[in-house]
Design a protein around this ligand. Structure first.
Ligand code: FES
Ligand code: FES
Length: 153
């Protein structure tokens, strides 16, 4: 066990865990932030996507010891009132089906739009390619990202 000081969603947290513990479990089990989902556990599905220093990362494959002082953002901290342009567009397009993958989809899309606020269709497809949705909501996800991009650009 070791002590780590983490900046999560703008607040400081101290956790005492094994250094190899993936951030997914630190968030869910130690910090009671269950919005980040466990899908595959091996960086293949994107369900666990968070931001580390503003970059989309897979929390299932990110040991807590590698976080350092870079700020972490989870879906709970993406916006104060759930009114990030993507969250509004998700509602507008009624994107989720079962909902399980949607946290990861939104977090990946948020980091992508920050880097590329006016993406083409193929850029959206390439950026979202690694986020799997077992319900097949891909068409609505793409439409919502386009709506969000139009509202911020
Ligand atoms: S749970 Fe992390 S990528 Fe699937
Ligand atoms: S909405 Fe069910 S897995 Fe994507």
């Amino acid at each position: 066990m070791a002590t780590f000081n983490l900046n999560i969603n703008g607040k400081n947290h101290e956790v005492d865990v094994d250094p190899s513990t993936p951030m997914l479990w630190v968030l869910r089990d130690n910090l009671n932030l269950p919005g980040t989902k466990y899908g595959c556990g091996v960086a293949q599905c994107g369900a666990c996507t968070i931001h580390l220093g503003g970059i989309a990362m897979r929390a299932c494959s990110l040991p807590v010891s590698q976080v350092g002082n870079r700020p972490v953002t989870t879906i709970e901290g993406l916006s104060e009132n759930g009114d990030h342009p993507l969250q509004k567009a998700w509602l507008e397009h009624d994107v989720p089906q079962c909902g399980y993958c949607q946290t990861g989809q939104i977090m990946n899309a948020a980091a992508f739009l920050k880097a590329n606020p006016n993406p083409s269709d193929s850029e959206i497809e390439a950026a979202m390619n690694g986020n799997i949705c077992r319900c097949g909501t891909y068409v609505r996800i793409k439409a919502a990202i386009k709506t969000a991009a139009a509202s911020v650009s």
